[in-house]
Each structure stands twice: as C-alpha cells, then as structure tokens.
Ligand binder design. Structure first.
Ligand code: ATP
Ligand code: MG
Length: 466
C-alpha cells in the first residue's frame, strides 16, 4: 500500500513537472513570439536600436526552447525556422542602423523629423499627410543612399576584388552563410564619425590600416600585431571603431558576434569558424572582428556545454594559425566590456590590448558639437557648453547620444501634433536652452558606475596596455 501510494505520488509529481515544463515552454514561446512581432513593428518604424534589443530577447527565448525540446524534431524544426527568421531580421537591422549612424547633417535632420512623426503615430492625426511626408523622406533617403554607395567608402582595392573572384575552397553552403551573415561589406562609419579616442585611432591606424596600405614597410620587426582586443565600459565606441576600421582599412571584413554564431551553435559552430578563417586567408588582407568576445570566449568552466567548449577550442586553434602564418595578412580584432571574464588562453593570443575609456572633457565637447550643435537650433553660449561638458562627467558616449536625443525632443514635445504637421521648416521650432540640457542630464543618468571604472583600472594595470 505504502509503495503503491509512493508510486502514485511519483506519477503525480512527474505529471506535475511535465505540465509545469509544458506551461513554461508555452510562456517562453509566447513571449518570444510577442518580442518578434514587437521587434518587427519597431523595425518597420525605423526604431532600429529598440528592434535590436527586442530581437535579441526573442533569439534568447528561442534558443532556450530549443535546448528544452531537444527530443522533438518537428518542434525543433519550427523553432529553428523562427530563429533563422529573427537572425535575418537582426542582420538587416544591423545594416540599417549602421547606415543610420553614418548619415550626414541633412539626413540627420530628416531622420529627426521622421522619428518625431513616428513617435506621434499612436495619436489620431492627419494620416494621409503623414504618409506623404514619410514617403518623401524615404525617397530622399533612397536617393542619398545611392550617393553613399558610390562614395569612397565602398571602393575596394583591386587585390580584394580579385581575391573575391577566385574560387573558394569553402563548402558552398557555409560560404553562403558567411557571406550573408558575417561578411560586412560597408558599415559606412568613418574615422571622423568617432569623437575623441584620438590615441586609440592612431594606434589602430598604425596597426591595421598602414600595414595594409604599405605591406613593404611593415614587415620583419615592424610586422603588425595579429590579435587586438578593444576593451572598455559599455557605450564607448568599441563596435563603432571596428565598423570604422571595416570602412577605412580596405580589407575584407568579417564581423561575427555571439548572436551570429549562437544560431549556428547547434553542431555547426566549429565548421563555421574553420570556414570563416579559411575564407579570411583566401580573401586577405582581412580582419575577423568578434564583438562581445566574452560571450563566446568566456572562461572555461566545468559545467559548460560540450558544443560551446568545442567552438572555443576551434577558435583557439584558428587563432594560433593566424599567429603562425606571418605572411598572411589576417588580423583578429575583438571587443568586450567584460575583459575580466575572458578565457586566459584567448587573452594570451590577443597581444595588443587597447582601452577605450569614458569620454574626457574635450571628447564630450566634440560629441556635443558634432552630434548636437551642428544639427539643431540652440541659444547656448560658450559658457553654457562648458557647463554641459562639466555636468556630463561620467557619461559614456552612448549616454551622451541619449541625452542629446532627449534634449532635441524637448522643444518638439511642446508643439501639438496638428501644428507639427503644418510645420514648414525646422526653424519654426524653438531653440534649445541650457535648461533643456540640465533637465535631460537628470532624466538620463550615466550607465557606468564608478565601481565599474575602478574594475577596469585594476584590470588595465594588470593585463592591459594603453
Ligand atoms: N566615440 C564615439 N563617438 C561618437 N559616437 C559614439 C562614440 N562611442 C559611442 N558612440 C555612440 O554610442 C553608440 C554605441 O556605441 P558602441 O556600440 O560602439 O559602444 P560599445 O563600446 O561597443 O558598447 P558595448 O560595450 O555595450 O558593446 C554608437 O552607436 C554611437 O552613437
Ligand atoms: Mg559593442
């Protein structure tokens, strides 16, 4: 009787667990689906950054479900399909965002209006007129894109084009995957889009750009580093710098992050990494950029997933290949905001370690000048600007972008939607005052704590370089 009851209890407990698991999967699935819908909505309304964050949540959800439903092939297929779709959208969003940040003054102004119009979409307004304006803006953007595409940034030196034409030994399916999701042809970010960080830019030019232009000089003792790590607090421009390198160094640029690789993690990761490096050799000079490297190459632990361990090992083996093949012009560039989490073995191979600090006074000033003063109406005196620079101590560059966006919205918020629709040009909007900045600096607080900076300083003393 006793055992029967226990068996009964066991059965019930098992059923309960199954039911809980089912409910949990349902919840995650529902949430991921909602995220996907929401991401698409943001994407279609040009809110690329927001779309990106939401897509990443969706991807994380789908990966979690994949892990929990390993035995159900049909379900796995379905989830893989959703995952691939989300990955594609993230990829598209990355491209759009890169384009968005590299826009010049005129385009920034247009996008500004566009974002304002989008912000008002929820309210009932003169829909037809709005559509007409959005259409016009899109048309202008399209024609300006053409200019960008024919501009200098896209021109590739003849040796790269030649290398691209050569037949690759990489498996055609993997080649297609790499070309679609990893090969970054033109992020369109230039050196001058990056404010401050003058020392860092100089070092990167010396290590990456000059050797590709004058390989005859940079050899022997002057041969450049093969592994570079960009590290520093979030929002200081690590990813942006890598994109500038892609635009300016005129080499084949492979950009991969944990997200690009995790979708292929289910067994394909190692092969993808191998092919990626093979292709990089075939298309030299090339740069393999691994963003957020800590999430791929975190310290190896005992309870780690087998697939992820194999992927890491493959990366290390390939890194070694790059270091020993001194005649091949392949460079591994990595970025992280958690260098202390990095695997020691990976760190050893990234011999040049470059710190990207929070922007100092002059960098913040130049950020405000280039990203705000040059684009908007304002009544700020030189003293006001100094005051803003002082008040924004401790803000990262990304924080400053948020502050600037907040400030720019302030005069707009005071205008009614109807009036906004009637607006003929931007001069009708009131200029921005110092008060707007002080209010915005209160709304947007710095995202990096002093404790985090201390951690960076310690790590830098121990393992960093500049
Ligand atoms: N030095 C800079 N000059 C101009 N804009 C910058 C700079 N640094 C950051 N930004 C702005 O902040 C945004 C985020 O920067 P980015 O993605 O490069 O940061 P990150 O250092 O890679 O951060 P994370 O560690 O979180 O990945 C950029 O899109 C850009 O608008
Ligand atoms: Mg980044």
């Amino acid at each position: 009787m006793q055992t029967q009851l226990t068996q009964q209890q066991q059965l019930e407990s098992f059923q309960r667990q199954l039911e809980e698991k089912r409910q949990y999967i349902n919840q995650v699935l529902e949430r991921s689906h909602q995220n996907l819908v929401q991401g698409d909505k943001n994407f279609e309304q040009f809110y690329f950054k927001e779309a990106h964050t939401i897509y990443i949540s969706a991807i994380e959800g789908f990966i979690e479900i994949m892990k929990m439903t390993k035995d159900d092939a049909n379900f796995q297929d379905y989830i893989k399909h959703r995952l691939n779709y989300t990955m594609d959208r993230t990829q598209m969003q990355n491209k759009h965002q890169a384009g968005y940040y590299s826009q010049n003054v005129n385009k920034d102004a247009l996008n500004f209006i566009k974002s304002v119009l989008q912000e008002r979409t929820e309210q009932p307004t003169n829909q037809e007129k709005k559509n007409e304006i959005i259409q016009k803006i899109n048309d202008i953007n399209k024609s300006e894109k053409k200019d960008i595409n024919t501009g200098q940034a896209d021109e590739k030196p003849p040796q790269i084009e030649e290398a691209q034409k050569k037949k690759s030994t990489v498996d055609p399916e993997l080649l297609r995957q790499i070309e679609e999701s990893i090969l970054d042809s033109s992020p369109n970010i230039k050196w001058e889009d990056i404010q401050g960080l003058e020392d860092v830019k100089k070092v990167l030019k010396e290590t990456i750009v000059l050797p590709t232009i004058r390989p005859d000089i940079f050899k022997g003792l002057l041969s450049p580093a093969k592994g570079i790590l960009l590290y520093g607090p979030p929002g200081t421009g690590k990813t942006m710098l890598a994109k500038a390198i892609a635009t300016e160094c005129k080499c084949t640029f492979f950009s991969c992050s944990a997200v690009t690789l995790t979708s292929k993690w289910m067994g394909e990761g190692e092969r993808l990494v191998r092919s990626l490096f093979t292709l990089a050799y075939e298309r030299e000079p090339s740069v393999i950029f691994i963003d957020e490297i800590d999430s791929i190459m975190g310290a190896r632990g005992g309870n780690e997933h087998e697939a992820s361990r194999r992927l890491k090992t493959e990366f290390l083996v390939q890194f070694d290949g790059v270091n020993s093949n001194s005649d091949k012009k392949v460079l591994v560039l990595a970025a992280t905001n958690r260098p202390q989490d990095l695997d020691e073995a990976a760190l050893r191979r990234l011999t040049r370690r470059i710190y990207l600090p929070l922007p100092d006074g002059p960098a913040r000033k130049s950020m405000i000048e280039k990203k705000f003063l040059a684009l908007s109406q304002h009544s700020l005196s030189e003293e006001d600007i100094e005051k803003i620079v002082e008040l924004s101590q401790g803000y990262s560059s990304a924080d400053l972008v948020s502050v600037i966006k907040e400030v720019a919205m302030m005069p707009i918020r005071e205008i009614s939607t109807e009036k906004l629709m009637e607006l003929k040009d931007l001069t009708e909007i009131r200029p921005v005052h110092l008060d707007d900045f002080t209010t915005a600096l209160k709304i947007v607080s710095p995202s990096v704590s002093s404790h985090t900076i201390q951690e960076f300083d310690e790590w830098r003393r121990e393992k960093g370089q500049i």
